[in-house]
Design a protein around this ligand. Structure first.
Ligand SMILES: [Mn+2]
Length: 313
């Protein structure tokens, strides 16, 4: 059995079609199928926002999933879209506020989908059906961070099923108490899994390329022995050479991935490939004009650069 893991696409359908073709998949109608048997794609989430062809990306990913040729995980952009288009129970707001910042981040998608259209409702309900994680006996995938306490919290509280699908209809619980950092709750659990564990940046705060101030970074849970601040936390810019404190290191170390099981993830918009024996990040900034990456895994116990596939814009 071969699994082809594909990183964050962000509306760049051209890159997606090129990488599928390079992996040996052939177009069939609106979708892609492969000629080789026993071969499946695992999409790591973040299909939308930023790029110009959100609809086409969704069409390909969704149709491959429905034909049983692919698994599509939920990324934080799909989660944000669900919240943006779901009214809050209070009546006059949405689970994700329609602030100028949130609207700007979602603009590429909004310009392709008519508000209140049947197509939008159907697309959002497909987003709601996407699993948060996926695993088979030897390999796993998640959008951002496989953190067992967060996963167990969702499972034990009946919020997610074993296959990673969200069970509850009440998405409001995933946006409540977002800033209670010390206790596990539904929103913190889901946030760790699809956005990654958060770190307060203090004086390292920066402005992202849309001009919004970022006060938090996301821990690089894959670095067992970080040397500088930029090894400890993912920022929307190249890594900082500043030192970090023992407290920051201690916090980062609690998220290290303890399992021998292979894990593929996306999300972190890395400037360089992150590839270790048992883990690989496939988000190399396709959403920011960078290349789209995939990894073709046929059961090898050590991941290797030779099995990376990439296409450049
Ligand atoms: Mn993401």
């Amino acid at each position: 059995m071969r699994y082809d893991f594909i990183g964050d696409i962000h509306g760049y359908a051209g890159l997606l079609e090129q990488i599928l073709f390079k992996l040996g998949y052939q177009p069939e109608g609106e979708s892609y199928v492969v000629h080789e048997e026993d071969c499946k794609v695992v999409f790591l989430g973040d299909y939308i926002d930023r790029g110009p062809q959100n609809r086409r990306v969704i069409e390909i990913v969704r149709s491959m999933t429905e034909k049983g040729r692919a698994i599509a995980l939920m990324g934080n952009h799909e989660f944000n879209a669900i919240c943006y288009h779901t009214p809050a129970s209070s009546g006059n707001d949405y689970l994700r506020q329609h602030s100028s910042k949130n609207t700007k981040q979602h603009q590429a998608f909004l310009s392709e989908y008519q508000i209140d259209s049947e197509e939008l409702v159907d697309t959002i309900s497909w987003f709601r059906s996407l699993p948060i994680w996926w695993e088979d006996p030897d390999v796993r995938a998640i959008h951002a961070c496989w953190y067992e306490p967060a996963r167990e919290f969702l499972l034990e509280n009946g919020l997610a099923g074993q296959q990673g699908q969200i069970i509850t209809e009440n998405w409001e619980i995933f946006v409540q108490n977002q800033n209670s950092d010390d206790q596990m709750n539904p929103s913190r659990a889901l946030e760790i899994l699809i956005k990654g564990p958060k770190m307060f940046l203090g004086k390292e705060a920066y402005f992202d390329n849309q001009g919004f101030k970022r006060k938090h970074g996301r821990f690089k849970w894959w670095n067992a022995s970080p040397k500088k601040f930029g090894d400890l936390v993912a920022l929307g810019r190249e890594g900082s050479d500043s030192p970090f404190s023992q407290m920051q290191l201690h916090e980062q170390q609690q998220y290290l991935y303890p399992s021998d099981k292979k894990i593929f993830f996306g999300h972190y918009a890395q400037f360089e490939t992150v590839l270790q024996t048992r883990l690989c990040c496939l988000d190399l900034r396709a959403g920011h004009g960078g290349p789209l990456f995939a990894y073709s895994w046929s059961g090898e116990s050590s991941l290797t650069e030779a099995n990376l596939v990439s296409v450049f814009p």
